[in-house]
Ligand binder design. Structure first.
Ligand code: UD1
Ligand code: UDP
Length: 372
C-alpha cells in the first residue's frame, strides 16, 4: 500500500487534481489522503462539491488581498504539521501556483518525494506568467516524478537536464469532462438558464492574472466594452474572479451593460457546459486554453505569451496581447469573417484522451515498486 498525499489550494488545481483523487480512491494499492491549503476558499469549495471530495486536512490559509509572502509562509508552516501527522510515501502537487511550490518545498524539507502533475510547461520568461513560471520551474527541480501533459512539456524538462521519471500522461482536465459535461445539461446558476444559448452568439470571457492587474485589465475591459457596444447582437458572459482588485476594475467598466452579463464565479460544471455552447472564448486563463479547443471553440488569449503552445500551433488558440486595439481587431476578425472563424473553430485536443489519471497512478505504482 502506498500512501499518497495530494495537496492543492486554488480552483484550477482542484479541477485538475479531483479526477486523479477520485481515480486513486478506486485503486486498491493506494491510500489517498487530501490536504487543501484553501489558497482559494469559495472557488475551491465549489469544485470540491462538484467532485464530491472531502479533504482530510484543510489549512484554510486564504485572506482578503493576500500576498505571495502570506500564502508561501502559511502553506509551508501548515504543511509541516500535516506531513508529520500523515507520513505519506509521496506528495502530489499540481502546476504552477504558490500552493504547489510551497507544498513541494515543505515535502522536500521532510525528505518526502514529490510528484508534479502538469510538469514541464514553460514560457522561459521568469516574470510572465508571474509568479507561476518560477513556481512551476522550481517545483520541477524539487520533484522526483514528473507528469507532463504533452511531449513538448517532456522535451522542456529534458532540455533542463531533468532526465529521470518523466511520464507523458495527457492533462487531467480532459478527465474532468467525464464528470462535468452533459448534452442535456441544466445550469445550476439560474441566470445562465435565461440566456438564449444556441440562438445568439455568446462570448465567454475571464481575466484575472496578476500580471494583467492594472492597465492591461483596463485595456481588456475597454476592448470588451467597445465590442459589446458595436455588436449588440452578441452577448458577453464574464464570471468574475473573486480577487477584489479584479472585481473593482471589471465592475467599473462593464457593469450594467445590456449585452454583458457579469457573474460571480460559476461551478466548473456550469463553466464547461457554457463553454461548449459559446461562439468564442476571450481569456487570460491557462485552463481555458486547454478546455475550449476540446469543444472546437476558438480562443483569444489576452496575454503576451503562453506556456501552452500546442493549441496555438494547431490553430484554435491565438495569443493577442493586452492592447485594446489588438484585442478588438482580433475579435472583430472572427466576428466578421466566417472563413477565418471556421479555420479556428476546429475541435483540437493536444491535451490527452481522458485517461491521464490512470497513467499517473500506473507511473506512481511502478516507481514505488522500483524504489523498494
Ligand atoms: C491564483 C494563482 C494563479 C491561478 C489563479 C487561479 C498564485 C500565485 N496564483 O491567483 O496561478 O491562475 O489562482 O484563479 O498561486 N479570493 C476570494 N475567494 C476565492 C478565491 C480568491 O475571495 O475563492 C480573493 C481573495 O481576496 C484573495 C484574492 O482573491 O486574496 C487573490 O487570490 P490568490 O490565490 O492570491 O491569487 P489569484 O489571482 O487567484
Ligand atoms: N472556471 C470555473 N468557474 C468560473 C471560471 C473558471 O469553474 O467561473 C474554471 C475553468 O473552466 C477552468 C479553471 O476554472 O477549468 C480556470 O481557472 P482560473 O482561470 O482561475 O485559473 P488559471 O487556469 O488561469 O490558472
Amino acid at each position: 500500500m502506498i500512501k499518497v498525499l495530494s495537496v492543492f489550494g486554488t480552483r484550477p488545481e482542484a479541477i485538475k487534481m479531483c479526477p486523479l483523487v477520485k481515480e486513486m480512491e478506486l485503486c486498491s494499492e493506494m491510500e489517498s489522503v487530501v490536504c487543501i491549503t484553501a489558497q482559494h476558499r469559495q472557488m475551491l469549495d465549489q469544485v470540491l462539491e462538484v467532485f464530491e471530495i472531502r479533504p482530510d486536512y484543510d489549512l484554510n490559509v486564504m485572506s482578503r488581498c493576500q500576498t505571495l509572502f502570506d500564502i508561501t509562509a502559511k502553506v509551508i508552516c501548515g504543511l509541516k504539521e500535516v506531513l508529520e501527522d500523515s507520513h505519506p510515501d509521496i506528495v502530489l502537487v499540481h502546476g504552477d501556483t504558490t500552493t504547489s511550490f510551497a507544498a513541494a518545498l515543505a515535502a522536500f524539507y521532510c525528505r518526502i518525494p514529490v510528484g508534479h502533475v502538469e510538469a514541464g510547461l514553460r514560457t522561459y520568461d521568469k516574470y510572465s506568467p508571474f509568479p507561476e513560471e518560477m513556481n512551476r520551474t522550481l517545483t520541477g527541480d524539487i520533484a522526483e516524478l514528473h507528469f507532463s501533459p504533452t511531449t513538448q512539456n517532456k522535451d522542456n524538462l529534458l532540455c533542463e537536464n531533468i532526465q529521470k521519471n518523466i511520464f507523458v500522461t495527457g492533462n487531467t482536465v480532459i478527465d474532468a469532462f467525464k464528470t462535468t459535461v452533459r448534452d442535456t445539461y441544466v445550469f445550476e446558476n439560474e441566470a445562465l438558464n435565461t440566456l438564449p444559448f444556441g440562438e445568439k452568439r455568446f462570448v465567454l470571457m475571464t481575466a484575472h492574472r496578476r500580471e494583467n492587474l492594472g492597465k492591461p485589465l483596463e485595456n481588456i475591459c475597454k476592448a470588451v466594452l467597445r465590442l459589446a457596444e458595436k455588436y449588440t447582437d452578441i452577448h458577453f458572459v464574464y464570471p468574475v474572479h473573486l480577487n477584489p482588485a479584479v472585481r473593482k476594475t471589471v465592475f467599473a467598466y462593464l457593469d450594467g451593460k445590456k449585452n454583458i452579463t457579469l457573474l460571480d464565479p460559476v461551478s466548473v460544471a456550469d463553466m464547461h457546459n457554457m463553454m461548449a455552447r459559446s461562439f468564442l472564448v476571450m481569456t487570460d486563463s491557462g485552463g481555458l486554453q486547454e478546455e475550449a479547443p476540446y469543444f472546437g471553440i476558438p480562443v483569444l488569449v489576452m496575454r503576451t505569451e503562453t506556456e501552452r503552445p500546442e493549441a496555438v500551433e494547431m490553430g484554435t488558440v491565438r495569443v493577442v496581447g493586452v492592447k485594446e486595439e489588438d484585442i478588438v481587431a482580433a475579435a472583430e476578425h472572427l466576428i466578421n469573417d466566417a472563413t477565418e472563424y471556421d479555420k479556428m473553430a476546429q475541435a483540437v485536443n493536444p491535451y490527452g484522451d481522458g485517461h491521464a489519471s490512470e497513467r499517473i497512478i500506473d507511473a506512481i505504482l511502478k516507481w514505488a515498486k522500483e524504489e523498494k
